[in-house]
Design a protein around this ligand. Structure first.
Ligand code: NAD
Ligand code: G6P
Ligand code: MN
Length: 442
């Protein structure tokens, strides 16, 4: 069986150890000969890499391991690049969240002005990774989940149309795992779903078991009462109280269109006033993550390095990240697995912009994804998606043409922003905060 060489770009990510543990847990399905980490922050990556070295020595000493900040060393002889970079790191996420809140607007990592600001930083970083990959390993595929995935995906469509990049998100996976638990199924893979939307902006329209039985009625009954809250401790990523609020809020999001089941992220667009009222402008999700996941992961990694052993380590396998292995296997072994990916619409949603990057089911094989046909979508979703996709396209347009005007339009068009005046105030603050990360706008 062929063994693969994997590069994790954004090696210093809080998610790297969980993903490495997940990869090692799946070696029978997806054998690895070489595992490399790449980051631009040597010190940050060094701590994660130090721990990964010990983990690999214990669990799979036959795998060659390397951590580097040198692109040539990183990207040479690679089959898959798993990309999860955060340009500007948590310090900039904190500003993305706090600046809009100053003006009473949703402050969120990927939605509204925060997501737009993050997008303006991410585009260049992700394109750089693609270019390195194509220079040093032209046959490799990039599995990208760097955020904001919607804007990044539009940028790759527009600026690297022939590159082998697949954009994917874990939110539908995480919600489907909850659905499976609501239904008492062993795995989300016992369900076949129909879903459409943009990234962090979509709806399930049909969910069936393998015999074809409709599972929507039972799910709707649960979501109408509890949203996606399932109190059985199954999800070890989305555990904080703020995530519980989000899963519960899906109940109200669902009420807007009881014909479908919603993605949790829609709450930022349907209930922005409540989200803002509920936010602490001095302590946002970035602070929670810095004080929570980041501290936890880095403390655990330092312990492993110090003990040169993982004994007693609390680091855990990121089980639901196994969708990344499913995707890599689909390409490597032509499995034709059905997965939700962010792909160019090209008529799959027949009454929607063919050039929009949409999140829909695809059959994935060694030549990439083949999207399934969705057909016509209702006026409500179409209207929302047209507005939101225009925001995403305008951000990429602003990045390409370095246009202040386009970015102001993007912010004004976001459903989370009340007026062009507020949009301008937020934009001017964001420009100041993002000096050195954004292209200079004129
Ligand atoms: P993190 O800040 O802990 O890690 C990101 C790493 O990227 C840092 O070590 C940083 O130094 C590095 N980096 C920044 N710019 C870079 C560049 N130009 N080249 C190489 N490395 C660079 O962040 P995190 O919270 O662990 O999240 C990592 C990424 O994964 C984020 O983009 C996050 O939004 C994304 N994510 C996506 C999904 C999804 O559903 N698509 C799920 C979880 C996380
Ligand atoms: C979900 C989304 C990701 C997002 C993450 C944020 O998993 O799909 O796109 O990055 O949540 O989680 P955090 O714990 O960093 O707020
Ligand atoms: Mn996501």
């Amino acid at each position: 069986m062929k063994k693969f060489s994997i590069l994790i770009a954004g090696g210093g990510s809080t998610f790297t150890p969980g993903i490495v543990l997940m990869l090692l847990d799946n070696l029978d399905k997806f054998p690895i000969r070489k595992l490399k980490l790449y980051d631009i922050d040597k010190e940050r990556q060094g701590i994660i890499a130090g721990a990964c070295e010990v983990i690999l020595r214990e669990k799979a000493p036959e795998i060659e391991f390397l951590a580097t900040t040198d692109p040539e060393e990183a990207f040479t002889d690679v089959d898959f690049v798993m990309a999860h970079i955060r340009v500007g790191k948590y310090a900039m996420r904190e500003l993305d969240e706090k600046i809009p809140l100053k003006y009473g607007v949703v402050g969120q990592e990927t939605c509204g002005p925060g997501g737009i600001a993050y997008g303006m930083r991410s585009i260049g970083g992700v394109l750089e990774l693609i270019d390195y990959m194509e220079k040093y390993s032209p046959n490799a595929w990039m599995l990208n989940y760097s955020n904001p995935a919607a804007i990044v995906a539009e940028a790759t469509r527009r600026l690297r149309p022939h590159s082998k990049v697949l954009n994917i998100c874990d939110m539908p996976v995480a919600i489907e795992e909850r659905m499976a638990r609501i239904l008492g199924l062993k795995s989300r893979k016992e369900m076949t779903v129909r879903y459409y939307g943009l990234n962090h902006f979509g709806w399930w329209t049909d969910i069936r078991d393998k015999e074809g039985n409709d599972l929507m009625p039972k799910l709707k009954e649960h979501v109408a009462k509890y949203g996606y809250v399932v109190n059985d401790g199954g999800d070890n990523q989305h555990v904080d109280a703020s995530w519980q609020d989000t899963f519960l809020k899906a109940r109200d999001v669902y009420a807007l269109d009881p014909g479908t089941l919603p993605n949790t992220y829609l709450k930022y667009y349907f209930f922005p006033d409540e989200v803002v009222a509920h936010s602490n402008p001095n302590y946002t999700r970035a602070n929670e993550v810095m004080d929570g996941r980041e501290k936890f992961v880095f403390t655990e990694c330092k312990k492993i390095i110090e003990n040169q052993s993982t004994e007693g380590s609390a680091l855990h396998i990121d089980e639901h990240a196994s969708y990344i292995v499913d995707l890599a296997r689909a390409i490597a072994y032509n499995t034709h697995e059905r997965m939700l990916l962010i792909v160019e619409n090209k008529g799959a949603i027949s009454n929607f912009d063919p050039t929009a990057m949409v999140e829909i089911p695809c059959i994935v094989g060694s030549n990439g994804p083949e999207p399934l046909s969705i057909g016509e979508i209702p006026q409500f979703q179409k209207g929302l998606m047209e507005q939101q996709v225009s925001v995403e396209k305008l951000v990429v347009e602003a990045w390409v043409t370095k246009s202040y005007q386009k970015l102001w339009q993007a912010l004004t068009l976001s459903k989370t922003v009340p007026s062009a005046k507020v949009a301008k105030q937020i934009l001017d603050d964001l420009i100041e905060a993002n000096k050195g990360y954004w292209p200079e706008l004129h």
